[in-house]
Design a protein around this ligand. Sequence first.
Ligand code: KOT
Length: 806
Amino acid sequence: MVRITKQEFKEMFNSKIYSIYAHSINEATNEQLQIVLSSVIKDIIAKYWVDNRLSTNKEVYYFSIEFLIGRQLKSNLLNLQIEEVIKEGLEDMGIDLDDLICAEKDPALGNGGLGRLAACFLDSMASLNISGHGYGIRYKYGLFEQKFINGYQVEVPDNWLLHEQYSWESIRPNKAVVVKFGGEVYLEEDNGRLKAKHHGYIPVMAMPYDIPIIGYDNDFINTLRLFKAEILNRDFGINTLYANTFTGSYEQALKYKYYTEEISQVLYPNDSNHAGKLLRLKQEYFLVSSGIQDIINKYRKNKFDILDFPKHIAIHINDTHPTLCIPELMRILLDEEGLSWEEAFDITKNTISYTNHTIMAEAMEKWPVDMMKELLPRIYMIIEEINKRYVEYLNHKYNDNEKIRRMSIICDNNINMANLSIIGSYSVNGVAKLHTEILKKEVLSDFYEDDPGKFNNKTNGIAHRRWLISCNEDLSNLITEHIGNIWKKDTEELKRLEDYKENRNFLKKLECIKIKNKTKLANFIAEEYGICINPESIYDVQIKRLHAYKRQLLNVLHILHLYHELLENPELDIVPRTFIFGAKAAPGYHLAKCIIKLINSVAEKINNDKSINNKIKVVFIENYGVSLAEKIIPSTDVSEQISTATKEASGTGNMKFMMNGAITLATLDGANVEIYDQVGEENIVIFGLKASQVLNYNKYGGYSSLDLYNSNFKIKRVVDDLVNGFIPNISKEGRVIYDSLITYNDEYFVLRDFENYIEAQSKIDTLYRDKEKWSKMCLINIANSGIFSSDRTISEYAKDIWFRGC
Ligand code: KOT
């Protein structure tokens, strides 16, 4: 048990502020005080955060191009169970802990679901005493900061590493490794064996920065190791090692510095989209090579037999961005350990497991052969050999050229990273039941038929400590008062809340907590945006990346519909609504940016129209991210999960809302299906096309958005709004959106689901009027959300994948 008395803490804090800043508390800013506090906490945990990786237990390494960890202070205090003592100690010194919590920068080293999932998984691995460590990139600039100017998204660099430092990290220069790019590879005779020799490469130093990942109430600390790309020689002299490529001159040395540092400069701002740029490939290999070398270095220190590697090490790749782990591990086993191809491939295949997060075609990574060959010549040779052997196997087994084309790694001069991931690993999983079924039956059916045992489902989960205990303290306390503390470590215990579903007193308390959270959010929105919202209104929230398949457009078209109804009949009896959006669009995603402009313009018009008597309000929260989600989710009544069925692999926001007692308004897509299974049809509102219907349309056609437009007055009215001047200042954007719906036949079936969505929304209105019934629905949602803790997900990964057969 990490223990510290108030007195000890105060002494540590006081001496730290002088040693870091050479001045007293009175002169310090909140940012400085937060840095001092983080540093004190790092000292407190130091003896628990030793490099405990030389243990004999199997270790998991989770490779991810993104880790969206959010602010760490509150969550670390919670997990260490020292929040009270620290709060009181600070109070004695005249400091408010909440001010320091808010002063922390929010590291935005991820785009959305994929990166946030990786962060939740780290939290759960540490909390479940699993030695599981993250490998990622220490981007100098995370996801851009979003500003709205005249309703348009403008991107501003996210300078989260103020003064080049992050308060929770520790640099580990003694563990730096070198990653090699470019050059040529020759196979040279070495002791009667052909050995690959790499010449003329550009060396890049991978400098590790470690962040502690603190388990909940268990004194267990793992590491998130993020690598920064640097020149080989930190004093920046002319170094003979890189003289081959950057010969001699000062100018060349500067070029070299630029080449290396560019690699970890900025996170690609794409969610569910393949950037396909050379720099991104450099980032992927940089991550992979640094991490694999780090693992091997530790393994060698341990003096285990290299042939036993998969007994001691599990490597998990978070989608295909770290897929080069496969040829990189092969390279080291072949070229450095001197193993045979068969031995090396056997080890690699038994070490690596892969998660697929999307079936969107545009997200599937494919790298041009020429690009790979030039940047990573040895890696390309190995990929080519894996492919050659696999194609031989396929030929032997199937003799079906089309099938072989679909399954091979190299096809049409492209390297298919999903295929490489499947072929080079022992486990492939999807992230929700429906998604895994679609992988097995549709997208990856050839591989599933070839080796069904390799495929499994691991429905996503969320860290309930951050997404309930920490962000919704009142709700968490209410739960604990009624069912005790055990749920914090075993979320299945939440089920016991069902005992209170007829308890009016409890239901009233739930309602009061929601109102209190809604009032807090209303105050925040009034301060930040000058928009006055009513805590008695229904808070109807859609916060996630902006993407056509997520259908923010469906949401805003419904708002327009409601607005028309109110204009026609100002006395219309509806429960007042506040529609809240939060979403960033990839900077190059034109349609998504047009939708942002549309929502902002609709908000402007509706919020300023006195004639509708404040019955609807629209708020678009700027710069949505983890910390804002922590504010918004506890105050939400309606959780919008309205993607086109089949398109959202899982979703994880849906789970966060459910756990905080929001009612889900959803299509049967991703993990929504499993939320439905948990709560039953009376406690969720479902609408829209089913996955099988969407798959049928995609296969056989038969959908015409124009027919719907011409035959349905409500649809025509809102679609025409896009181009008839009804909404000011959207003439260009409105046309782009109109075309996507009508000219290009509405790829995501927005208009097909529109009527059904209106009905679902009106059902929400009816349900909300009976406050007690609504509160009971909320209770049933909370009580059945335990299965969506990432502790459950991680236990399944551990049992079925990483420690299978151990
Ligand atoms: C793909 C390419 C680049 C960056 C991100 C992705 C990506 C993101 N692929 N899938 N996701 C989301 O992953 C979440 C976690 O599994 C899912 O809940 C969500 O449905 C995916 O869209």
